[in-house]
Ligand binder design. Structure first.
Ligand code: NA7
Length: 485
């Protein structure tokens, strides 16, 4: 029989991986951690571009435990373990920029998704082109504009941009949250997004007249939670009113009418794809040295040694910044192309899109756990709350196996079918979720199967579904024979 080196291997030292290492030690399991970066942090290690920010309130974007973490690295070594936790993240596999001539550029080229940490990126007085206007582009463009002599923003699709909730932390609230972290953690798991929303409109859109709706929208706007202006904000009619309201607010911030028109997202409803937040992005386009280039009107033809050539113009540049996004959610697991029992390759199983149960386990891959991957609340919840919830559930599953003298478990194929249907059922309720091209549904990566990959049933429902399995002895799974090592 193969000798087992340790109980658990954890790959990745971001939010979920760090917590998994701690959890394993707490549970008396031997554990080894692997991380490809030179330090811990995951997303927050790699995306170190100027202006990098999170759109979850920092009060809650935090662990609710304390510990030192021991890190191990390795190369070319085979490690045999009983349980494998691939905490490789949802947004860790950068998407290739898929533009002809990318490698020919003679100046400096940087990716927001792997911003250099070993040197200062000097943009002072440079002519800089930024490709991409998702969250990363929206966050870094104002910072680039502070130092560059000229900034050209190459936009393919306009995004919703609303003000942030940024501001000083309330010491009283922080003290309250830290007084009983366990209670806060449990309360967050009972919410829809693993977050405490600061404001939800008390009235129903369907019951308000025109004037009442306008009032509710302004009140929510001032509270900086316009997406939650109404109690029934998820209804298509309410969503349409919210989308229109935001478009108007965006339009009036930008001085130049052509630029304003281009920056406003007319082609999808709010939330159809990832909305962005910034207090300064739109205003940046009022500066004389910042220019928007609409790729819908004049697409990029190629990148050449001197810069970027569109169908209308050649832009001479010193630096190109790619904020072009990720092969999200299923991408990081697919990049590992692992093999399960009977020689089944994950990428064959996932050829038509990812399948799993409860977003964490895959049929044919016993004892493999995938926190932060596809079909959990993931990127539409607070990832810190999710990391703790998923890792707790994973280690409760491991404990259950040990307590029952069982070695291996994987979900049944029927459970996976059910979970795919559930994910689709909730996605259908969200205006624009299935019809808008986005990285939530794989449309941003050429050739990627189109499948909605975020569970939108809410954090609380998700948590209940996980723990119902545990309480009922895992009816949605199959326990496989084998020796409990
Ligand atoms: P996103 O949100 O996927 O944004 C990528 C941007 O890059 C988006 O505007 C894309 O336009 C654009 N893009 C991608 N490829 C190209 C090409 N070939 N040509 C022109 N433009 C292109 O990634 P981010 O890094 O900004 O954000 C990811 C998440 O990280 C974020 O939402 C947070 O959750 C954290 P498109 O929309 O595809 O037309």
């Amino acid at each position: 029989m193969t000798k087992v080196d340790c109980d658990v291997v954890v790959v990745g030292a971001g939010f979920a991986g760090i917590y998994a290492l701690w959890k394993a030690e707490q549970q008396g399991l031997s554990v080894r951690g692997f991380e490809r970066a030179s330090d811990v942090g995951g997303t927050w290690y790699w995306n170190a571009y100027p202006g990098a920010r999170c759109d979850v309130a920092s009060y809650n974007y935090a662990y609710f435990f304390n510990s030192d973490v021991v890190r191990e690295t390795s190369g070319g070594e085979t490690v045999v373990c009983r349980y494998l936790v691939l905490a490789v993240g949802a947004l860790s596999e950068p998407k290739a920029p898929d533009i002809p001539g990318v490698d020919s550029f003679a100046g400096d080229a940087w990716f927001t998704s792997s911003w250099p940490r070993d040197r200062e990126v000097d943009l002072k007085g440079k002519r800089v082109g930024v490709i991409g206007t998702g969250s990363s582009g929206v966050q870094c463009i104002p910072e680039v504009a502070k130092v560059a002599s000229e900034v050209f923003v190459f936009q393919r699709t306009a995004n919703f941009v609303t003000p942030t909730l940024s501001g000083p932390m309330d010491p009283k609230l922080v003290a309250e949250l830290r007084a009983d972290p366990e209670a806060v953690r449990n309360d967050l798991r009972k919410t829809y997004g693993g977050n405490q929303p600061l404001y939800i409109g008390p009235d129903r859109f369907s019951e308000l007249d025109e004037e009442g709706r306008e009032k509710a929208l302004w009140r929510a706007w001032e509270q900086k939670e316009v997406a939650l202006a109404f109690w029934d904000s998820h209804l298509p009619e309410a969503n349409a009113a919210i989308s229109e309201f935001i478009r108007q607010r965006m339009h009036e911030v930008v001085d130049d009418p052509w630029t304003a028109n281009q920056l406003v997202p007319w082609d999808h409803p709010y939330g159809g794809k990832r909305p962005c937040q910034s207090d300064v992005y739109l205003q940046t386009f009022n500066q004389p040295h910042v220019r928007l280039v609409s790729l819908r009107e004049t697409p990029i033809e190629q990148i050449v040694p001197e810069g970027i050539v569109t169908s209308a113009e050649a832009f001479d540049l010193d630096v190109i910044i790619y904020a072009t996004g990720f092969d999200a959610l299923s991408g990081p697991v697919r990049a590992l192309n692992i093999t399960g029992i009977d020689g089944v390759a994950m990428n064959d199983q996932w050829a038509d899109g990812p399948v799993n149960y409860l977003g964490t386990m895959v049929h044919g891959f016993p004892n493999l756990f995938l926190p932060s991957s596809a079909m959990s609340p993931s990127v539409l919840s607070n990832m810190a709350t999710l990391a703790e919830q998923q890792v707790d559930f994973i280690f409760d599953t491991i404990r259950w196996l040990d307590d029952h003298g069982q070695a291996r478990l994987h979900p049944s194929a029927e459970s996976q079918d059910f979970w795919r249907d559930e994910t689709l059922r909730f996605a259908k309720r969200v205006p624009g979720a299935l019809t808008t091209d986005s990285w939530y549904n794989g449309a941003n990566v050429p050739g990627k199967p189109r499948q909605y990959m975020v569970y939108r049933g809410g954090f609380s429902r998700y948590n209940d579904a996980c723990y119902r399995e545990l309480e009922d002895g895992f009816p949605g799974y199959e326990v496989l024979p084998g020796r409990a090592a």
